[in-house]
Design a protein around this ligand. Structure first.
Ligand SMILES: [Zn+2]
Length: 711
């Protein structure tokens, strides 16, 4: 759920929202020679030219792309005829395609193939892109024409998607200060440039701690409890960090979480945990002062825009509309979640007492004892499950489920450019017709950011001719030896289905204008299609067919599936509370008065005292490492979105269950037509009402997590 991020976040992302990345019209043959700017060519309606891009070409491409876009905007702004939808809004929608392509290709490579040279390009271009974004928003002549179309909308006889496009563009200008006076505009520009630099500092400090800090283990005895796979990964980390013969626990979640789950050495667990939750907190890489500045600049900017706080400004553009509504949902779930944590801690304490461990459960014990309780209560061993989860089979399972539900077919194709040889390409068809292209980049490597995500290389549209979507899924599995299957955990398999849900959202889009298409939806809606897709992993149809043991070749036994189902809501107290702590912190600190400057660590202490957070759990992302909210504007005042979207998810999943099956064809058809294909062409609450016949029922979420529903 909240573990997965959506889309590579880069300084370019804010700009990307405005400029899409499709066809261009040839005016000047010179820019066509730059592979970052040129329209995609080749099979499947054109594909990204990954084989032709050189890092040295990126900055010139961005600069040239901006110039091209400037010229287009100038032409729109200087049109003599009165402003109309066609000569202003549609023309604006069609502008900036070469620039959009370049920014998109760069963003993808920065997240997947980064090195020193690429980092230097990013550092140099981030403030440049921020400044260009402001230049466009602050173009007075252009905004005057957009506003004229907006003001005359009542008599313009626009079709519904045109009206929505007009509203979206008008709001994106107005919300970001297009109507401000000269002095205020200048200040907004300064703030955005300062923020872009602070975000880079925050990100680099956090990454520096992740890369430089590690726990080195000299004695094999200190690996007690770890499964073999983890031991060899720790040994490989030793070699990779030039400490051959030693074992190394890196300062990343994928290294730390399994160690905390299995290591029987409590002192080491404590050390590893302290290292991980202390990222960005001390020494040269401390982020507190940076956060204080970010908060104060954001608050000042929101005030200039006419909003009470940064959170008010952000949430206004989402389904929740106000911070209070978002907080109300979080605080509805909070009491049930902390009550569940009390039960979980009691179970763990009982087990520890039974072992005569002589300890009181601390945060660094939670994963370890939770795993023991899981085994004791459900007889479910995560490692046993892993034997049945082969990466390639799970990928086939996603394809199969998408075939059952939406009639899609995935066929691997060769000869399409890729940026790394591990990357694979699939053509997606339905009834023999091309739907789009799906790229898969499954393995971890240096220069690729951690986690899993989906990217859109080309958004679907039918505005200037039909363009089919090109999307990718990216993960960080450890590549196995040739011929050996890659085994993944249950959690990883869920993540794969999750990201594939984003991919389906992009692929099944059926919209005229790219700004409104695919995954370009409101932020608290965008995790809905991905979260619901997780539900198909645990269906018996998928497990019996695709969860095949890598050695015995036998399908997963029925008893093991039943255990998985029974254990579904196990540890839900922990999962929900560590997420909610981060989400509540995010919303509260972005509504707080910044007057004398906020100390983010003091704020953390006081807020969790106030709401009675259990002392056995800390925030999933503590303030000084909370990249979602401090490495860009991305999920700031928006970390609640996962929970918001999860209420839609739980309620929609019940629609399938009410129809008798998660594979019910009529419900799937309805879901595709009313949710997956509509992008942001209609307000999402309206879309949900069409699908469900009523507003969302937040109690579905409580049922889904196994929490009691308040009467
Ligand atoms: Zn997601």
């Amino acid at each position: 759920m909240q573990r997965r991020t959506f889309l590579a976040s880069s300084a370019a992302s804010a700009v990307l929202v405005m400029f899409r990345n499709q066809l261009a019209f040839a005016k000047d043959p010179d820019w066509m020679k730059n592979p970052l700017l040129a329209p995609f060519t080749g099979p499947y309606g054109g594909v990204p030219p990954w084989d032709k891009i050189k890092t040295a070409n990126i900055k010139p491409a961005l600069l040239l792309g901006m110039d091209l876009h400037r010229a287009e905007l100038k032409a729109i702004a200087e049109t003599k005829e009165p402003a109309t939808f066609a000569n202003t809004i549609a023309a604006y929608e069609d502008a900036g395609r070469p620039f959009g392509r370049a920014a998109n290709l760069m963003g993808t490579l920065a997240g997947t193939m980064s090195d020193k040279e690429m980092q230097a390009v990013e550092t140099e271009t981030a403030p440049m892109l921020a400044a260009y974004g402001d230049e466009v928003i602050q173009n007075e002549a252009l905004f005057a024409r957009i506003k004229a179309v907006w003001d005359g909308r009542a008599g313009a006889k626009l079709e519904p998607d045109q009206a929505r496009l007009l509203e979206t563009h008008y709001r994106s200008f107005a919300r970001r200060g297009a109507a401000l006076g000269k002095k205020e505009k200048e200040r907004v520009k300064q703030i955005n440039e300062k923020l872009a630099a602070l975000y880079t500092t925050f990100r680099q400090n956090t990454l520096a701690d992740e890369e430089a800090k590690m726990i080195v283990i000299d004695k094999e005895a200190d690996l007690a409890g770890l499964p073999d796979g983890l031991k060899s990964a720790a040994a490989a980390n030793g070699e990779a960090t030039k400490q051959k013969g030693k074992w190394v626990i890196r300062n990343t979640r994928s290294s730390v979480d399994p160690f905390l789950t299995y290591s029987t050495n409590r002192d080491l667990r404590k050390k590893v945990w302290q290292m991980f939750v202390g990222r960005g907190e001390a020494g040269k890489t401390a982020n507190q002062a940076t956060i204080t500045q970010i908060l104060s600049l954001r608050a000042e900017r929101a005030k200039l825009f006419g909003f009470a706080s940064h959170a008010h400004w952000i949430v206004d553009d989402n389904m929740a509309k106000t911070p209070d509504k978002a907080l109300a949902l979080m605080m509805k779930v909070w009491p049930a979640a902390i009550a569940r944590v009390k039960e979980e801690v009691a179970d763990m304490q009982k087990l520890a007492d039974g072992e005569k461990a002589g300890i009181k459960i601390e945060p660094f014990d939670y994963r370890f004892y939770a795993e023991k309780v899981r085994k004791a209560k459900y007889d479910l061993d995560q490692n046993e499950v892993k034997g049945y989860l082969q990466l390639e089979n799970i990928r086939e399972a996603m394809f199969w489920a998408a075939g059952q539900l939406y009639g899609l077919k995935f066929t691997q194709v060769k000869g399409v450019p890729v940026y790394h040889p591990d990357m694979r390409v699939y053509e997606v068809t339905r009834g023999g017709k091309r739907v789009g292209v799906w790229y898969f980049d499954p393995y971890a490597r240096d220069g690729k950011r951690s986690g899993a995500w989906m990217s859109e290389y080309r958004t679907q549209e039918s505005f200037k001719g039909v363009l089919t979507p090109i999307v990718s899924n990216n993960c960080n599995y450890v590549k196995g030896k040739a011929g050996e299957p890659v085994l993944i955990s249950w959690d990883d398999a869920e993540t794969l289905f999750h990201e594939f849900g984003h991919a389906l959202h992009g692929l099944l889009s059926n919209i005229r204008y790219p700004t409104l298409a695919g995954t370009n939806t409101l932020r608290d809606f965008v995790e809905f299609p991905s979260q619901i897709n997780e539900h198909w992993l645990s269906t018996p149809e998928v497990l019996n067919k695709f969860a095949i043991h890598y050695q015995t070749k036998k399908p997963i036994p029925k008893e093991l599936v039943e255990k998985i189902q029974k254990a579904k809501n196990f540890n839900q107290g922990f999962t929900t509370v560590e997420y909610l702590m981060s989400a509540i912190y995010d919303m509260r600190i972005h509504t707080a008065a910044v007057g004398k400057g906020i100390d983010p660590s003091e704020f953390e202490k006081s807020i969790f005292k106030e709401i009675g957070a259990p002392k056995e759990i800390v925030m999933r992302h503590r303030p000084t490492q909370f990249l979602h909210i401090f490495a860009d504007d991305g999920y700031s005042a928006g970390y609640y979105s996962y929970l918001w979207a999860d209420t839609l998810t739980a309620d929609a999943a019940e629609a399938f269950k009410e129809a008798g099956s998660l594979y019910d064809k009529a419900t799937a058809k309805k879901f595709e037509t009313m949710i997956l294909s509509i992008g942001n062409s209609i307000p999402p609450d309206e879309a949900f009402r069409k699908f469900r016949g009523r507003d969302v029922d937040t109690n579905a979420l409580m049922r889904d997590r196994g929490f009691p529903v308040a009467k």
